[in-house]
Design a protein around this ligand. Sequence first.
Ligand SMILES: Cc1cc2nc3c(=O)[nH]c(=O)nc-3n(C[C@H](O)[C@H](O)[C@H](O)COP(=O)(O)OP(=O)(O)OC[C@H]3O[C@@H](n4cnc5c(N)ncnc54)[C@H](O)[C@@H]3O)c2cc1C
Length: 243
Amino acid sequence: MSQFYDLKVVEKEDLTPESVSVVLEIPENLKEKFKFRPGQFVMLEKNIKGESLRRYYSIYNAPGENLIKLGIKDKGGDGFADYARHHLKVGEHLRVSVPMDDVPFNLSPNKKQPKKFLALTIGSGITPFYSYIQYLIQQQSPDKLVLIYGNETPEKTMFYKSLKTIEQQYPQNLKVYYVFSKNNSGDFTGRINPEIIKTILQKEGTDFDGVYIIGPDDLKKTAAQVLIDSGIPTDRLHYRVYS
Ligand SMILES: Cc1cc2nc3c(=O)[nH]c(=O)nc-3n(C[C@H](O)[C@H](O)[C@H](O)COP(=O)(O)OP(=O)(O)OC[C@H]3O[C@@H](n4cnc5c(N)ncnc54)[C@H](O)[C@@H]3O)c2cc1C
C-alpha cells in the first residue's frame, strides 16, 4: 500500500496551452520519504465530483530540491488533469504518495563508463526524461540521451524552449529529434513511425545501453518491432504505457 501525505502546491503555471506545471513543497520532516530518482512518479489522490480519483504523475525536476514538480497534460477529460489545469490553486494541499517506480526504469546517471540511451515518447511522456536530462547535467555525467519526441506543434511541446537550450549547451548529453504531426518545423513531420525511427537509427547507431518508450500502446507497438529488427536486444527495451 502506498503511503500518502498532504503536500502544499507552491507554484502553478502553464507549460503549454494544454498542460500545467504543479510544484509541491516537501516539508523538512518528509524529506527522506520523498527522496526520488529520475524516472520515478507519484500517485495523487483527489475527490472530484464525489469520486475518489487516483492518478500517477512522473516527477519532472531533478533530485536535490525540496520540491516535486509535475507536468500535467489535460487531454479533454473531466478528471484530475482538467481539475489541475482549471481549478487547482496555489496554497491548496494535495494528497501525494511517496515516489515509486516500475523497476526497469533505472535512469540513474553514471560517472565512469559513458552510456548511451534512446528514449521515444509523445506529449506528457517527456516528464521523467526531462528529470533525467537535468540530472545528467547536474551530475556532469558523460551519458547521452537521444530523444525522439512527438507532438502536434512546438507550442504544444512541453519544455520545448528549455530542451532546445540544453541541447545547444550540452550536445554531448542530449540530442532531440522533434516529430510534429501538425507543423513542419521539426526534424520530421507526421507521427512517429517505423521509417522515422529507422532513419534516426541510421544516424545514431543502435549501440544503446537502454531504450525507454513512454506513451500509449500504439507507440510501443510501432517502435518495438523496428527496434528489434534493427538488432537492439529485447532485454534493453523498456516500456511504460500511459493510457
Ligand atoms: C506511471 C505513469 C506516469 C504518468 N505520468 C504522467 C505525467 O507526468 N503527466 C501526465 O500528464 N500524465 C501522466 N500519466 C497519465 C495520468 O496518470 C492520467 O492518466 C492522465 O492525467 C488522465 O487522467 P484524468 O483524470 O485527467 O483523465 P480522465 O479525465 O478521467 O480521462 C481518462 C482518460 O480518458 C481519455 N479521455 C477522456 N476524455 C478524452 C477526450 N475528450 N479526448 C481524448 N481522450 C479522452 C484520456 O485518455 C484520459 O487519460 C502517467 C501515467 C502513468 C501510468
